[in-house]
Ligand binder design. Structure first.
Ligand SMILES: [Zn+2]
Length: 264
């Protein structure tokens, strides 16, 4: 039997200028000996490596949308995976012949990133395969006891083609709903109910509006975790947490870079 899924927050900041102690948005899910990445903000692979996460266990990457605070660290993550295969025999053997899915809503951005990587040392020849996969509504990944569903949201416009998505992640009998960036928390309401963690961005929303909406909606969730922090939380995390807890009690958390949450 697998150990419970573990979520590690690598970056919890929205797309601001550089902030002390916080990097742009990214978190990982560690389950069944495999590592899954959700958004890949600046230096996510550096943070993960130093935190002891097992980068050669990378199975897939899921990008909510291609704004820099969500993809800025993606080429560096892929570069780091290749670099590990050139530095250690163990990483080389473990990654040899593997396929890593890169799920993102805009394949032109993937091609641009690959051009950047091919301009690095070795022409970015790898002993593993990167497979770009276009994110669309529905189940986008299901293997090894992990299921990821995508739902378009209205962060980047109200009309198709939709280029911004929220995710629902299920593993080991637990569920995580991740907003990505949204126009409204209602954008991903179908994912709110019966989740253990509801990860909500505050780059575009007030905590009191989010908490008020969730209280009214009757959604059944374990914990509400704020991430992708906007100005209010960046300026006064304790004060904003107190506002949120006045509405929803102690089921609210403000994530910091490095926060680790084990489910179950
Ligand atoms: Zn953002």
């Amino acid at each position: 039997m697998n150990a419970p899924p573990v979520v590690t927050f690598l970056g919890t900041c929205s797309g601001t200028e550089p902030m002390p102690g916080r990097h742009h948005t990214s978190f990982t899910l560690d389950y069944g000996g495999r590592l899954y990445w959700f958004d890949a903000g600046e230096c996510c692979s550096y943070t993960a490596h130093l935190a002891g996460l097992d980068l050669p266990a990378t199975e897939a990457v899921f990008i909510s949308h291609t704004h820099m605070d969500h993809v800025g660290g993606l080429p560096n993550l892929l570069w780091t995976l290749r670099k590990l295969t050139t530095c250690t025999a163990a990483a080389r053997e473990r990654l040899a012949g593997r396929t890593i899915g890169i799920h993102l809503p805009d394949l032109a951005v993937y091609e641009g990133m690959l051009a950047l990587l091919r301009g690095t040392e070795g022409g970015f020849r790898t002993n593993f395969t990167l497979e770009p996969r276009l994110v669309a509504d529905g189940v986008i990944y299901e293997a090894h006891g992990v299921r990821v569903q995508a739902l378009h949201n209205f962060h980047l416009g109200m009309e198709p083609p939709f280029l911004s998505f929220s995710f629902r992640i299920e593993a080991g009998g637990h569920a995580i709903a991740y907003s990505g960036d949204v126009k409204s928390i209602a954008d991903f309401a179908p994912f709110h109910d019966h989740c253990d963690l509801l990860l909500m961005e505050t780059g575009h929303h007030k905590v009191e509006d989010v908490c008020g909406y969730l209280k009214e909606s009757g959604a059944r969730f374990g914990k509400l975790v704020f991430t992708h922090h906007g100005r209010a939380i960046l300026d006064d995390p304790a004060g904003e947490l107190a506002k949120a807890q006045a509405i929803l009690g102690d089921k609210v958390l403000v994530a910091d870079d490095g926060l680790v949450l084990a489910l179950g």
